[in-house]
Design a protein around this ligand. Structure first.
Ligand code: 13P
Length: 254
């Protein structure tokens, strides 16, 4: 049975006030969810311990990025082990904003994944094509190459600590969501790639991200290979985020 996950990526947004307002109400709403969804909050790293303090048992916490090293003279970086130490369970890696704005390469993503899984965190590996790549008919090839590169160094016993998030770059923050059919097709293709890598593809959770909102989440989550969502803007409002968590059907995955 695959884990069903709804994760809120706050990106570089938030404040101590937002943590106070939002995390408590998401937690109390999440406590009454009976669909088995794992709810994750991924704030800027500086607020992780504030979120952990509010999260209780029900919410999981993650970081948006880590450095690939375990410690040392890397001013400004945080290590996977530090995120774990502060109570994180998850970490994003290879988000398209990191790839596009900070020049993160496939090799760096792979090194970070290695560091995350070795530290006992779940790596949420973000992949996705640009509009140009989609229009050129290369979307599946681009995403397959990203998946293979990011997960090239996985040992057989580490796959349980991997989640893949498909986030088409053209859908992030634009209000344009992939149709449920197109997202499903890409997720099926990613699962096929994982199977070809000898991963336990049927047990790896695949999340969709890119303008997921309360009114389109149910259609996406109803697809057989979409095991949850990675939510940006809508994760900054408790009602919207909780509605998305509620949109997960109890029997999406098998
Ligand atoms: P939006 O939901 O704001 O489109 O962001 C998606 C995303 O990038 C989550 O990581």
């Amino acid at each position: 049975m695959r884990r069903k996950i709804v994760a809120g990526n706050w990106k570089m947004n938030g404040s101590k006030d937002l943590v106070q307002q939002l995390v408590g109400s998401v937690r109390s709403e999440a406590e009454s969810l009976d669909n088995g969804v794992e709810v994750v909050i991924i704030p800027p790293a500086i607020y992780v311990s504030d979120v952990v303090a509010q999260a209780g048992e029900r919410l999981m916490v993650g970081v948006q990025n880590v450095g690939q090293w375990s410690s040392g003279a890397y001013t400004g970086e945080i290590a996977a082990g530090m995120a774990k130490d502060q109570g994180c369970t998850y970490a994003l890696v290879g988000h398209s904003e990191r790839r596009q704005l900070f020049g993160e390469t496939d090799d760096e993503v792979a090194a970070k994944v290695e560091s995350l899984v070795a530290s006992g965190l779940v790596a949420v590996v973000c992949v996705g094509e640009t509009l140009e790549q989609r229009e050129a008919g290369r979307a599946e090839a681009v995403v397959a190459a990203q998946v293979k590169a990011a997960l090239a160094n996985m040992a057989a016993d580490q796959w349980g600590r991997v989640v893949v998030a498909y986030e088409p770059v053209w859908a992030i923050g634009t209000g344009k969501t992939a149709t449920a059919e197109d997202a499903q097709a890409m997720h099926a293709s990613i699962r096929q790639v994982l199977a070809e890598m000898s991963a336990p593809a049927e047990s790896i959770s695949l999340l969709y991200g890119g303008s997921v909102k309360a009114d389109n989440a149910a259609a996406l989550f109803a697809e057989p290979d979409i095991d949850g969502g990675l939510i940006g803007g809508a994760s900054l409002k408790a009602d919207d985020f909780v509605s998305i968590c509620q949109a997960m059907p109890a029997s999406t995955t098998s």
